[in-house]
Design a protein around this ligand. Structure first.
Ligand code: 5GP
Ligand code: ZN
Length: 113
């Protein structure tokens, strides 16, 4: 998707601090971290958000969560891990390429704002 920021990050047209990459996923440091660890995990395939995911995307989206868990394990933040997928502008979604926030390294509050 040419005008998609995260597609451009996957393609290297926009620089990012890569954390992990394989054939299906890309993970990178959030530019405005909200916790000591704040990584974004995205599918390389453009899916605009969970609201537009297809049944055929189920395995890919589930796999993104396993990548998130792997990163949390590597960062030793499993006891503070918060995975977040904002869906829609009123929930805070600003980039319309599905992404999972991987947050951790500090105490987390509930409910989120
Ligand atoms: P959303 O608000 O859509 O759930 O999350 C978008 C996230 O992308 C935000 O946490 C924001 O800081 C991050 N972000 C926006 N632009 C860039 C960018 O150019 N590079 C990186 N690394 N993160 C970005
Ligand atoms: Zn995209």
């Amino acid at each position: 998707m040419p005008d998609c920021l995260f597609c451009n990050i996957v393609e290297g047209k926009v620089p990012s601090k890569k954390v992990f990459e394989d054939d299906r996923t890309y993970a990178f440091e959030d530019i405005d971290p909200q916790a000591p660890t704040h990584v974004l995990v995205i599918p390389k395939k453009h899916i605009s958000g969970l609201q537009n995911a297809e049944p055929s995307d189920a395995e890919l989206i589930g796999y993104c969560y396993l990548v998130a868990a792997r990163i949390a394990h590597e960062r030793k933040i499993e006891d503070t891990l918060r995975t977040v997928c904002n869906v829609g502008p009123r929930a805070g979604q600003a980039v319309f390429h599905l992404h999972i926030h991987v947050l951790g390294g500090r105490d987390m509050k509930w409910p989120p704002g």
